[in-house]
Design a protein. Structure first.
Length: 597
């Protein structure tokens, strides 16, 4: 298009269009070569859908088309190129070589691919010429090819080995004699994340066609087998298993034909089938393993073939075949647990460092152990507490004077008698209840020695018995009455006392009392006859002689009745005398009235 302004250019202007506003307006100039401050929408350009053209030296140097394309004169005629600039800001072009084996390097030149980090190009093949690692999306690759992100293969993937760290998506995977996945195995993603076969089991094995090398078999019946060709259960494992976490199961049942379940490589055996010995738990073989701990939290069964049940309980390594049951105090060190340190024994206690119940070992076949309550070293078959506060229950030793068994309070029985332990001056005493071979129960009190040293006091059964209870009477004191006494073997005797009885009152029942003396039919012995009887026998009628009483004793009830009879007869004698006195007094008064005549 012809431009009428071209004739108006001046040698002093390099871009004649800069002077265009002066010629387009008759008013003051819009643009100045010294700089302009635009405003109110001022711009350089066209408004009639024509390109904006810039001329230099009467020749077009640059054109901006209506669609915004930019045309620069020195870039024309070079074909398809890259626009470049030099150090002076002059635009230039870099022609594309049309060679696929070249790449544009950082110096602005097209170079061979082999020059870039060992890569080479051969036809359509891109390959590396060194042994380094290649990373895609990762700056420090650790493998010959490491990709940070997903990888997709539309074709076939060949690998000598394949390890899947997250997921695999592929149509077909083939490994050299290692992995073969075809359309019969489906791998799905999304919310399902399934792997399944359209037909048949899913099986992983080390050698094809050989059942003995089956590693994993997922059967069509829903069973999974590890090391087994045809699983019969939901999980069927042929061989050993290891579970590093928790195992949740409903029941453990041994295999058919077996009667035991072994834990810890046979160190703990649980018998569950009927084998003639019943169910059992055992730590075996004896002498080669430690014990068994049953409980939650702190506890140790450190002794050979020992058992610890509870919390903060233990068996000491020196206490083989021992048992500890219960609990030690909370928040204490191991040294303060309730620990059984006695071989072949049982300790039971709760919230304490010492047991409440202790069962000690026997000495071999046909022997009994000892039981302690509050004592871990009982000296008798049963001992409650220890020291001077103890109670012993035991059978008598040989040659114990006919004693069969006893209960001792701070006392023990040996072949010489009862022995009590030493205490302080006020506590060095004891007592015992024993059973004699004749069926009597003996109560023995050991006197206080008043000594605080290690003196042992012996009291023989024949001299230290305070009371004996027989089947039909009770004896207090040592020995009985005189052998010649008519009461000594009387079966009516219920209480025999060797010594004095001190009491406030004695009540005797069923006495043959003598109130018949006051009956009118009672014949009272004349006083002369009484006097003659006393003169001859030297005792009142109805009483036993002195010698008999001294040798045989007397009956309190009979004596009391006889004495009562004598008192009542003496009352009759007094009444008779009183009547005679009254008659004499009356006769005397009459004589006085008659003047003595």
């Amino acid at each position: 298009m012809h431009n009428p302004l071209r004739k108006m250019k001046s040698p002093g202007f390099t871009l004649c269009l800069l002077c265009l506003p002066f010629f387009l307006s008759a008013q003051a100039p819009k643009w100045s070569t010294a700089g302009n401050a635009t405003g109110n929408g001022d711009f350089i350009g066209t408004t009639n859908n024509n390109p904006l053209v810039f001329f230099v030296n009467d020749s077009e140097a640059m054109r901006i088309k209506q669609d915004g394309d930019l045309k620069v004169r020195n870039l024309g005629g070079n074909g398809r190129t890259l626009v470049t600039s030099n150090n002076n800001g002059v635009l230039g072009s870099l022609a594309l070589p049309g060679n696929d084996s070249l790449y544009l390097d950082g110096n602005g030149n097209f170079s061979s691919i082999s020059a870039a980090s060992g890569w080479a190009y051969n036809g359509n093949n891109l390959y590396t010429v060194n042994t380094g690692y290649v990373g895609i999306g990762v700056s420090t690759p650790q493998f010959p090819l490491e990709v940070n992100g997903s990888a997709k293969f539309n074709g076939t993937l060949y690998a000598n080995g394949l390890i899947l760290a997250n997921k695999l998506q592929a149509d077909t995977i083939k490994g050299a004699s290692s992995i073969s996945v075809n359309n019969n195995l489906n791998l799905t993603g999304g919310t399902l994340n399934e792997m399944y076969a359209l037909t048949g089991d899913v099986r992983v094995q080390s050698k094809p066609g050989y059942n003995g090398n089956t590693i994993l078999n997922a059967g069509t019946n829903g069973n999974v087998g590890i090391g087994i060709f045809a699983p019969q259960y939901k999980l069927d494992v042929n061989g050993d298993q290891r579970v590093s976490g928790q195992m949740y199961i409903h029941r453990i049942v041994p295999l058919a034909g077996d009667s035991e379940i072994h834990f810890g490589d046979s160190s703990v055996i649980v018998g569950v089938n009927n084998t003639g010995t019943g169910n059992y738990i055992t730590a075996s073989p004896a002498g080669s393993v430690k014990g068994l701990l049953i409980g939650y939290g702190s506890g140790r069964a450190r002794a050979v073939s020992s058992l610890a049940i509870g919390r903060n309980v233990a068996t000491d390594p020196s206490a083989a075949y021992s048992i500890a049951i219960g609990s030690g105090p909370n928040n204490v060190s191991v040294s303060s647990w309730m620990t059984n340190n006695v071989p072949n024994s049982l300790m039971i206690g709760f919230n304490s460092t010492i047991p409440t119940l202790f069962v000690g070992p026997g000495s071999g076949t046909g022997t009994l152990g000892t039981v302690g309550i509050g004592s871990t070293a009982p000296s008798s078959l049963l001992q409650v507490n220890s020291g001077i506060q103890r109670i012993n229950i035991d059978a008598a030793p040989a040659a114990a004077g006919g004693i069969l068994g006893y209960v001792g309070f701070n006392a023990e029985l040996n072949s010489n008698g009862f022995m009590h332990t030493t205490g302080g001056a006020n506590t060095n005493t004891g007592a015992a209840i024993s059973l004699s071979s004749d069926g009597s129960l003996w109560f023995n009190v050991l006197p206080n020695t008043g000594s605080a040293d290690n003196q042992q006091d012996y009291v023989h059964m024949t001299g230290g018995t305070a009371m004996r209870i027989y089947s039909n009477y009770v004896l207090i004191g040592n020995g009985g009455l005189a052998a010649s006494s008519q009461y000594n073997n009387d079966p009516l005797n219920k209480l025999m006392v060797q010594g004095r009885i001190l009491c406030k009152d004695v009540v005797v029942s069923n006495i043959d009392w003598q109130d018949e003396v006051f009956d009118s039919a009672y014949t009272l012995m004349p006083l002369d006859s009484v006097g003659m009887y006393v003169k001859i026998n030297r005792h009142l009628p109805g009483f036993r002689p002195e010698k008999e009483i001294e040798s045989d004793g007397m009956s309190v009830s009979a004596t009391a009745a006889a004495q009562q009879k004598q008192i009542e007869e003496m009352m009759l004698y007094i009444l008779q005398i009183n009547d005679r006195l009254k008659a004499l007094e009356a006769e005397n008064e009459q004589l006085k009235k008659n003047g003595g005549k």
